[in-house]
Design a protein around this ligand. Structure first.
Ligand code: SF4
Length: 328
């Protein structure tokens, strides 16, 4: 039986951090064992926020690909490609944009939230309003069965499903497949200051960080804010650092920390040193692979070229079907 198909993308708007790894990449790596996966660098999407200075998008496209490969995406199992190298994405975006009512896009909660959240860029662009249409083109070009999402992002896919229904209904042909959400559990992992891990908050631990960077960042991490004195008992359940122990430290160490924190037998300084040790041990193989892969940019480029060739064949066939449906 043919494998079901997965489609997902990541914007090259900065270096990838642990939030990106645990929030998406780790899941992508697992999914490639069971599904036929298409993963793309969403460089056109990153223009929605970086249109004023797009000069780093190309560099980050390479860095994202290096992170993917060093984390474990396997070009033998997954098709890895760059969105802007396949013009079919733009062409289908244009065709779909003709059938999408503007109020559908204006209702999109992300559109409204970003107008408030993003302070340094004017997010009232036509391109940003229409990003769900481009996203729909990205998905349906590959006849994706599933799009991996966290539980809170599942509604984001609904607009793509509505667009598919509208197009198929208008032209009375099942040209596109309605994508389903593939929901995965995402561990809660904040940045070193306790806010959502993000490049823009300058609080992220990057997959490309050195041992020195990681040590410095762990030592600067916010812990239980109520623990003012070393002699005050702490609470790992509200501590910003403890979730990292859950990911990197052995279970017996986690239990010991949980117990000793609550009785103040363990201070935050020592707890951080334990985390530095376990985290570096966990991340060292990735760091090593990253160094090796980044030293061979030609090979990375060949992987993206090969993936782009393979993806474009599928995209072209879908776009041809869409054009037949509209009698072009
Ligand atoms: S001892 Fe560890 S778990 Fe407890 S508050 Fe400090 S850093 Fe957090």
């Amino acid at each position: 039986m043919a494998k079901k198909r997965i489609l997902s993308g990541m914007q090259p708007s900065g270096l990838l951090h642990l939030g990106n790894y645990y929030g998406a990449l780790k899941n992508w790596i697992e999914l490639q064992e069971q599904f036929e996966c298409f993963y793309f660098v969403a460089d056109w999407h990153s223009l929605t926020t970086l249109y004023e200075d797009p000069s780093h998008i190309k560099k980050y496209t390479f860095e994202v690909a290096v992170d993917w490969l060093s984390a474990g995406l396997d070009p033998g199992k997954s098709t890895l490609f760059v969105q802007s190298r396949i013009p079919e994405h733009a062409e289908l975006h244009l065709i779909l944009s003709m059938v999408v009512p503007v109020p559908w896009l204006e209702r999109n909660p992300t559109y409204k939230e970003k107008q408030v959240e993003v302070k340094n860029v004017d997010m009232s662009s036509y391109g940003f309003l229409g990003y769900p249409v481009l996203q729909t083109a990205d998905i349906v070009l590959y006849n994706a069965d599933y799009v991996p999402v966290g539980i809170d992002q599942a509604p984001h896919l609904e607009i793509s499903r509505e667009i598919v229904r509208r197009f198929n209904g208008l032209y009375k042909k099942k040209v596109f497949k309605e994508p389903q959400a593939k929901i995965s559990e995402i561990p809660k992992l904040n940045g070193i200051d306790g806010r959502k891990m993000s490049k823009s908050y300058n609080n992220a631990i990057y997959l490309s960080d050195t041992e020195k960077d990681i040590t410095k960042k762990v030592k600067a991490m916010l812990t239980d804010p109520a623990r003012g004195l070393r002699t005050d008992p702490g609470d790992p359940d509200v501590c910003n650092l403890f979730p990292f122990h859950k990911l990197y430290s052995p279970e017996d160490m986690q239990k010991e920390i949980d117990r000793d924190c609550r009785t103040a037998a363990l201070g935050c300084g020592d707890c951080k040193l334990k985390l530095v040790d376990t985290m570096l041990e966990g991340l060292r193989p990735h760091m090593e692979r990253r160094r090796e892969i980044a030293a061979k940019p030609r090979e990375v480029e060949e992987i993206l070229e090969e993936g782009t060739r393979k993806a474009q064949k599928v995209a072209k066939a879908t776009l041809d079907r869409a054009k037949q449906a509209i009698k072009f």
